[in-house]
Design a protein around this ligand. Structure first.
Ligand code: PLP
Length: 365
């Protein structure tokens, strides 16, 4: 059956290259690859298989389901589950050899009541993200209590930065100082986890002193920098290219309103093409104001609001026909549209854009 909808092309060789660049950047430090949210929209199973082959040391997902999906696909490397621990699913986690995030005293209670062999856990301290994690002031009591639980192995101790990808690193440094205080407390209590980690992509580049003995990398693997405020010397390249087909072309007169709300009208007689990809597929809706797609190195303006399933472009006299594919973002024979450029224009981030890819676009590896 032929397929004529939007496509997401995933360059797995580029993913492997990006991984090796990160590996090279951090030297011998173990790398935990973050493959949550379907591998940032790239396909968690396919991405993880490649990274496992490349020798990645650990994976991280957000939900238990994401971890189980990887296990069912044959991934054997360790997997950390970032989400809040679910006290009702400890046996399931254990059965799938998933490492759990432990980030509150409640979590410790649940682990105490659990009858099992040994669950690997990473203890999370909140140093300023104000999300999951025990506050610094309670970390000593937390570590002490965790250390007394029989059925767990404290394999990791970690925290998460809120601003490591920003030019002003004062808040991140403050978090790092707090994390170092936690490490002093752990040492005092005789707790020596194998993995100590708090570096995300931003911190790997902006705060090398925060790498400790594991880095938790996501975005760099997929080939985008977390922001414009990190050094961009690492020659990573985007893994994802998003394309969609032209399904209709018609002549319209000057002054013709296009799409919902009629907020765009043609300035002159032209040709308008309908492209089969909309915001439900992951085309960011606010991009219509300044946005364009590419065809044969030409920018073709998006005309009017992006619809759920389709968008319209002004193709003028371009040599384009029914069935041709246009580039929405990424790189191919038509040129390059950097996902970061779109993100910056619409005040969003590349994280939002790549994870917004819907379930309809066909992923081609
Ligand atoms: C706890 C945690 N660690 C690490 C990462 C990886 O971040 P990045 O993609 O910026 O490398 C994430 C992603 O949001 C995260 O939630």
């Amino acid at each position: 059956m032929s397929y004529t909808g939007p496509k997401v092309h995933i360059d797995l060789a580029q993913l492997a290259k990006n991984y090796q660049l990160v590996r090279n950047e951090v030297g011998n430090i173990p790398v935990m690859a973050t493959v949550k949210a379907n591998g940032y929209g790239h396909g968690a199973v396919e991405v993880s298989k490649v990274l496992e082959k490349e020798g990645v040391n650990y994976f991280a997902v957000f939900t238990l389901e994401e971890g189980i999906e990887l296990r069912d696909a044959g991934i054997t490397t360790d997997i950390l589950v970032y989400s809040k621990l679910d006290p009702n699913r400890l046996s399931e986690a254990e059965a799938h050899n998933l490492t759990l995030n432990v980030s509150s005293f409640d979590d410790l209670q649940a682990l105490k009541s659990h009858q099992g062999d040994s669950i690997k856990v990473h203890l999370k301290i909140d140093t300023g993200m104000t999300r999951l994690g025990v506050p610094l002031e309670q970390s000593e009591a937390f570590l002490q209590e965790a250390n007394q639980i029989d059925g767990i192995e404290i394999e990791g101790l970690y925290s998460h930065f809120a601003t490591a990808d920003e030019g002003d690193l004062s808040y991140a440094n403050n978090q790092l100082n707090k994390f170092n205080d936690v490490l002093t407390i752990a040492e005092k209590l005789g707790i020596n986890p194998t993995f100590i980690h708090c570096s995300n992509s931003g911190a790997i580049l902006n705060l090398p002193e925060s790498r400790f003995n594991m880095v938790r990398v996501g975005m760099l693997l997929y080939g985008a920098f977390p922001s414009d405020e990190v050094p961009q010397d690492l020659p990573i390249k985007p893994v994802m290219t998003f394309t969609a087909p032209v399904v209709e072309i018609r002549d319209v007169k000057a002054g013709t309103p296009i799409s919902y709300g009629g907020v765009y009208t043609t300035e002159k007689d032209t040709r308008i093409a309908v492209v089969q990809a909309g915001f439900a597929d992951g085309v960011p809706r606010p991009w219509y104001v300044d946005g364009f797609v590419k065809f044969k190195d030409q920018n073709l303006k998006i005309t009017g609001r992006i619809c759920m399933d389709q968008l319209m472009i002004d193709v003028g006299s371009a040599d384009i026909q029914y069935g041709d594919e246009v580039l929405i973002f990424g790189s191919n024979e038509h040129g390059t549209i950097d996902v970061n450029e779109i993100a910056n224009t619409i005040n969003s981030t590349s994280y939002v854009l790549v994870t917004a890819i819907g379930i309809r676009p066909k992923r081609i590896y």
